[in-house]
Design a binder for this molecule. Structure first.
Ligand code: GUN
Length: 275
């Protein structure tokens, strides 16, 4: 029988504990989110982050900029937030408008306030196997979900589809740290199905329907990071859920799987950055 990896249930459990932790803190966490441009998905994500923070007693501010904001303006704001003792966590929502160099912007965030774990300091620590201040939110959420269901990682073949800085690269490193054997695939990978068929754990973070029923061996653990609207406007993931769930041992749904875990990790990271 296939077990559904219920991200909402685990998120709620994490939130319950976090709420009492925040209640007992003398220095309250405070999250500043920078949102540049009018990307509708980003606006929804950012609103959701703010709502969750408030529910937990975490202060949050969203700083909105128009699409044509300059790099200098963003850099100056980050500098101000880095020096603001009342701000303990900074998040720059991605994607940024095309004319902005995202690396320059992310590099400007103080590593101690880098709630996404994306700065060179934190990603460098992660890649060298040391402890960053925090781990990137979606990969952390995926591991929390796998651990909650007691899914063993050591010695398992984990196949990751996607090589983004937000998900694909960090989750591969984090799985390696947990002694999985990791293969990273991407848009130029040849014979993808030949590789995915050898996966004990498959993590897909592509953003289009890519994982079908004939691509997996029986009893694979399937984690779907993709979330987008299909041609009928329905929220969908990378995985053909109805077919793949016939043979998977565990599968994360979209929505209700990795999405809530990303938010849960963001809130955990925000709280943990308070010193
Ligand atoms: N855009 C989509 N997911 C994320 C995330 O986890 N962090 C940031 N900063 N931007 C995102």
């Amino acid at each position: 029988m296939t077990i559904i990896l219920d991200g909402k249930k685990l998120r709620d459990k994490i939130f319950e504990k976090l709420k009492s932790r925040v209640d007992s803190m003398t220095t309250k966490p405070s999250l500043a989110v920078i949102l540049a441009g009018e990307d509708p998905s980003s606006q929804i994500y950012v609103n959701n982050k703010k709502k969750c923070a408030e529910k937990l007693g975490i202060n949050s501010i969203v700083i909105n900029y128009p699409e044509n904001v300059s790099e200098t303006e963003l850099l100056e704001k980050i500098e101000t937030l880095n020096n603001d003792k009342n701000v303990t966590a900074i998040l720059v929502q991605l994607p940024l408008p095309n004319h902005i160099n995202k690396f320059k912007i992310i590099d400007a965030i103080s590593p101690q306030k880098d709630v996404d774990g994306l700065t060179p300091y934190n990603s460098g620590k992660l890649f060298s196997g040391e402890e960053p201040y925090v781990y990137p939110c979606t990969p952390r959420g995926i591991l929390l979900l796998l651990d909650e269901y007691g899914i063993e990682l050591e010695g398992k073949h984990a196949v990751v589809i996607g090589r983004s800085n937000l998900v694909g690269k960090p989750i591969a490193q984090m799985l390696l740290k947990r002694n999985a054997t990791v293969t990273t695939c991407h848009s130029k990978t040849k014979n993808l199905a030949d590789i995915t068929k050898t996966a004990d754990i498959l993590i897909s973070a592509v953003g289009k329907k890519i994982v079908g029923e004939n691509m997996l061996k029986n009893n694979c653990v399937v984690i779907d990071v993709g979330i987008f609207r299909d041609e009928n406007g329905k929220i969908s993931g990378d995985v053909d859920f109805d077919k793949v769930s016939q043979t998977a041992s565990y599968i994360s749904p979209v929505p209700g799987g990795v999405g809530p875990m990303t938010i849960a990790s963001l809130m955990l990271n925000t709280v943990e950055l308070v010193k």
